[in-house]
Design a protein around this ligand. Sequence first.
Ligand code: SME
Length: 163
Amino acid sequence: MTDNSSALRSGLSLLLESEGDARFLLQHVCDYLLENIENCDWAGYYLVDPYCKDELFLGPYAGEPTDHVRIGFGEGICGQAAASGKTFVIADVKIESNYLSCSPEVRSEIVVPVFLNHVLIGEIDLDSHLQGGFSREDRILLEWLAGFTSELAEQLRKGVAEN
Ligand code: SME
């Protein structure tokens, strides 16, 4: 497999230098991930609700709409990643008992927590229609991206809460 991580990092860094508010920029990040990460069929941000700190709400995403617009900590893969603060790489969602299905076509998923000043503020979630769709390189890239976009995620989270 070709490791194009540095090209992806450059593309994302360049994109994040554009003018625009947090929602606009994170939407473009999701579109970029869907377009450029091999095997990716859905990419989105979930953010921790500032008023209900054990719930995530759906932020910008690219791909088919999902029913899971709010997810409690501990529920599904996203909720488990939020509760533990750890990255989850699920090679086969069909063998997971605590899993929320976004689409019957999804076979694998990666969820990476987003921290700001050591506080969990959200996560990046990618789905694939392929079993074992995500690699170690994807994980490293997404963990870098989580740090790189944490300020934007926080601006969006707080902005949504203030509206
Ligand atoms: N599969 C996730 C829910 C989010 S959708 O995939 C977009 C989960 O189990 O938490």
